[in-house]
Design a protein around this ligand. Structure first.
Ligand code: ZN
Length: 181
């Protein structure tokens, strides 16, 4: 759960980073930035700020902001009916992104939170800088960690069904619950 009072500052901080990346957004878009805590109630450690530009039944374009050392938890995009699952390309716009995919364990620069050792299974480390991009196949597990100054990235994907994403951590609740304070 996330407190209402945490949302606006997180949206502002994310908007500043998006603009620092040279990406033009309207003031009215700032309040539409989704602040997701993935139900772990520790936004600075686990979360993501997501501005959705396009979300149709067939494709989606978003800007994802990770604050410094913030983790977007491990997940995959599952098959849904005849659809093999969301195919997604991310492209770095600003900062440094540590990205973890399936494969040999090469974690060196980032680290897995102690209490979550068992639910982060993708341990092949990749470091992405602005201008670099990567495409995830449907079903492939991945997670992200923002660098020292955080990261701003574009996400281009086929059909968006984020609430159907699979997460390795059973404590995750993908639909953000807001508590009024
Ligand atoms: Zn993903």
């Amino acid at each position: 759960m996330i407190k209402r009072s945490e949302i606006v500052p997180a949206q502002k901080r994310a908007a500043d980073m998006i603009r620092k990346a040279g990406i033009v957004i309207r003031d009215t878009e700032v309040e539409s930035i989704a602040v997701a805590d993935f139900g772990l109630s520790n936004l600075s450690r686990f979360g993501a700020q997501i501005l959705t530009w396009v979300e149709t039944a067939r494709y989606g374009v978003k800007v994802i902001v990770l604050f410094p050392h913030q983790i977007l938890p491990e997940h995959w995009h599952p098959r849904v009916g005849d659809d093999p699952g969301k195919e997604e390309t991310i492209r770095m716009a600003w900062g440094i992104l540590y990205q973890y995919v399936e494969g040999s364990d090469t974690i060196q620069l980032g680290s897995i939170p102690k209490e979550k050792e068992t639910v982060f299974t993708a341990r092949h480390e990749m470091v992405l800088h602005p201008g670099e991009q990567f495409t995830f196949s449907p079903g492939a597990k991945h997670w992200f960690l923002g660098g020292e100054e955080g990261a701003v990235l574009y996400s281009f994907s086929s059909v968006v069904r984020d609430t159907l994403d699979g997460f390795t951590d059973p404590e995750i609740v993908r639909v953000t619950q807001i508590i009024e304070d």
